[in-house]
Design a binder for this molecule. Structure first.
Ligand SMILES: Nc1ncnc2c1ncn2[C@@H]1O[C@H](COP(=O)(O)OP(=O)(O)O)[C@@H](O)[C@H]1O
Ligand SMILES: [Mg+2]
Length: 296
């Protein structure tokens, strides 16, 4: 069972106090890899006996990790973190029910879902540096290590960045999923239907499809000042009507970024190389770059 499935099956049964404890752990994890019980008590503002009881229960359910070292410490695992985000999105009236997985990758799990209004949406759970607790067990410096940057923080940062990028480019008309809401490591966006360019064997109008991809890169660069920075056949979706969408934006940079030029060049080169190899469409990299930058 994936952590999302576990979270979905459990989060409606959790009580307010359980969420306080999970939130206490979340806060404690900015300071500790494994949060001592006293700190969970302090962060959750609940009586120690209640925290002890609830955390044992959460541990039994598989939502928190218990570490036994020089002291006993706790950490949220991905299912526990998923619960916090799902709870916020449901309470906030954004989500009503979660459906089936749409894409389970190395750095994200994407699910379809329903809003209270019955609209189908996509929910992307970012998973940066998915922790193997077995590895961290051997490491030292866990206690009060302020410099440690947890998977939790990095996953939230990735979601925040992707949501920011989607808002920037969507508002100038770039073809991307519509950004709806972000909470912690999760973003909710419009559901799209289609195929990754990498999965399609043959396309009728390869020239036109390539033009559309490049036009979206140009719009994004010129109107929003945004460079995707991970553009490839895996992050270009072709819809049934032949139109394209660009997805997966957490690593975007702005035009002011010191490596902006290199990253834009790499994006365009990736796309042109793929179209040349796969569809025998030839274009000049320099000409396309000039057009994208408005120098043509
Ligand atoms: N808005 C969406 N609607 C439908 N499916 C999506 C949506 N966003 C992503 N997907 C599916 O999930 C897969 C992974 O999403 P992506 O954003 O590329 O994350 P990553 O590559 O980091 O795992 C995509 O290839 C696509 O199949
Ligand atoms: Mg991707």
């Amino acid at each position: 069972m994936s952590s999302v499935d576990l979270a979905v099956s459990l989060f409606r049964r959790l009580e307010g106090g359980d969420f306080r404890v999970l939130q206490g752990l979340e806060l404690g994890m900015t300071q500790y890899r494994f949060v001592p019980l006293e700190e969970v008590v302090r962060y959750s503002s609940l009586p120690p006996s209640e925290v002890g009881f609830r955390i044992s229960n959460l541990h039994r359910l598989g939502l928190v990790y218990r570490w036994v070292g020089p002291y006993v410490g706790y950490a949220l695992n991905t299912a526990g973190y998923d619960c916090l985000a799902l709870n916020a999105l449901v309470k906030g009236g954004i989500l009503e029910a979660l459906g089936k997985p749409l894409g389970v990758g190395k750095e994200a799990d994407v699910y379809d879902a329903l809003t209270p209004e019955g609209e189908r949406v996509a929910v992307k759970f970012h998973r940066i540096g998915r922790t193997s607790f077995r590895d961290t067990r051997r490491k030292r410096g866990y206690e009060g290590d302020r410099r440690h940057i947890s998977w939790l923080y990095r996953s939230r940062l990735a979601a925040e960045r992707e949501f920011e990028a989607l808002k920037l480019v969507h508002s100038v008309g770039v073809a991307v999923p519509r950004p709806i809401k972000q909470n912690r490591h999760v973003i909710v966006m419009g559901l799209i239907e289609g195929w990754e360019l990498a999965e399609v064997g043959e396309i009728d109008e390869a020239e036109a499809v390539l033009n559309e991809v490049l036009e979206n890169v140009r719009l994004s660069y010129q109107k929003a000042g945004v460079i995707h920075a991970d553009l490839s056949e895996y992050n270009i979706i072709i819809q049934a009507d032949g139109h394209v969408l660009l997805i997966d934006w957490p690593q975007y940079v702005t035009r002011e970024h010191p490596n902006a030029e290199d990253l834009l060049r790499r994006d365009v080169r990736n796309v042109l190389n793929y179209f040349r190899r796969k569809f025998r469409v030839r274009r000049s990299l320099e000409e396309e770059l000039a057009r994208i930058k408005g120098e043509a």
